[in-house]
Every structure is written in structure tokens, then in C-alpha cells.
Design a protein around this ligand. Sequence first.
Ligand SMILES: [Fe+2]
Length: 294
Amino acid sequence: MKIIHVADPHLTPPGERLFGLDPNARLSAAIADINAFHRDAALVFIAGDLVNDGKPASYAALAHALGTLKPPCRLLMGNHDERSAFRAAFPDHPVDAAGFVQSVCETPEGAFVLLDTLDPGHDSGRLCQARLDWLKGALRALAGRSVFLAMHHPPAPIGVPVLDRIALVDEEAFAEVIAHSGVNIRHIFCGHVHCLTHGAWRGIPFSAQRSLIHQFEAPLAPLDERIVGSYEHPAYSIAVIEPRSIAIHVREFLDKSPRFSLANPVARRARSPSEVPKLASRSGGLSGWPTPNA
Ligand SMILES: [Fe+2]
């Protein structure tokens, strides 16, 4: 089973830029790439910070763009989101009984439980008692099953103080619910940190994803106090989930560098990349690559 993990598109009203970049163009490029290569994904989820400013016009742009996405899609709230504006633009998106953007999505390899960690007015994340109670009930109904969690804020500190200060504030209460859930939580997918971060929290593997727009440079030294924006390539992840394994591949969908055949002896002996025979563009139907989905 294939799952596509997208994070932090930070959409703006069409025409508005962010750090000199066009978030709407980035999202369209990501959707085109997913449609070309991963139309067979069981689920695409966008792990929060759907928009940069909470504006209705940004959510309208998001709804318009997602209208072209082929696989099924679920959306999460991040600290840049505005829940009521989101719900107005996506009236059919599942929410819990209290109106939080939380839901369970069944997939062939287990249930995805999507959590809402938005705490209005704060960049940190919160799972208040109402949300934790919902989670407790959702996990109780899934007892004995394999479960995946998706949430904007990572559940654990990641060693970057400026980000850890805006982490999930009720980690202990969340951990308590997880510990007594009776489900097998196989992985937690996150956003928020705008860089490729993999780790484990209380024995559960988690991964966070690059943004579709600006990135945060990974710390250059342990406990680096700065946070530095960068123009590293945007990416989404492809999680290949099987009964006994999970593999996560990063797709830098704007990378247009030439492709070449590893089996070509001329390529192997080349003294510089310019001497290497190039293959046709991957999206153009490359011999030896998986054929893009029609
Ligand atoms: Fe973000």
C-alpha cells in the first residue's frame, strides 16, 4: 500500500508570494507529480499549515487545487490554519462531534487516525481533553488493530529549541492515551518542522516532512538556537506500507536533474556528468522506470 505524506503548503490567496515563492504554483506542481506517479495511492494527507494566513481566499484556492488531485485526500490543521475558515471552505471534510478536524480513515493496511493539534493564537500544538477523549474512543474502537497517526505537531522534542518551544504542549496526556489504547501504533506522520526529520517517540517511529514551500535548515550543531529559512527543494514522502514493513521515500518533485542508466558502460566511465548519456525525462516515459500511471 502506498500513502502520500504532504506537509505545510502554506497556501496564500492566488498571486501572493511567500519568501519570494508562489505557494499555489508549488501545490499545483506537487499535485501534478502525485497524479502522474502515485495515482494508485490509498491516501494522500496534508499534515497541516494548509494555508499561511487562515484567509478564506487561501482555503478557496486550496479547494480548487485539490479538485484535480486523483487519490483520496484528508487534511489536517496546523498552527497557521483557521478552523472555521477551513470548515467553511471544506464543508464535507470529516470532523469530530465537537468540530475538531479529526477523523479515522480506513486503508488496506490499517486505520489512519488524523488529529487536530491547532491551538488558536499559539504556534505550539494542543490536544485538549475533548480531543484526547475523542482519540481515546477512536482507539478503543480500533483495539487490536494496526493504526497510523497523522498530526501537525510532532509528539516529541526534536532537538531544535526554537521548534521544541512550539511543540505539542500536552505530550504526557497524549502518551497516556496511547499507552492504554490497546492498538498497535505503527507510525506517526507529522508536519510543522519544514525539514526531513525521522525518529522514535516512546518506541513509536515518527517522520516529519519538508514543506511544499520554504524550508527550515536542519540544525548545524546540537541545540542550535537559530532557525534558518532555506530554499532547499520541496518534497513529499511516499510511504510504502506492508504488513511487516514501512519504507519512506522522499520525492523532490521539482528536481529536474538529468537521469541516466546505471547499466550504461559509457555512463560508468564518464569523466564528468556532461559526458554521461542522458535518458529522456522521467515524466516523459523513461525506459527502465516504472511507467507513470495513465
Ligand atoms: Fe509550517
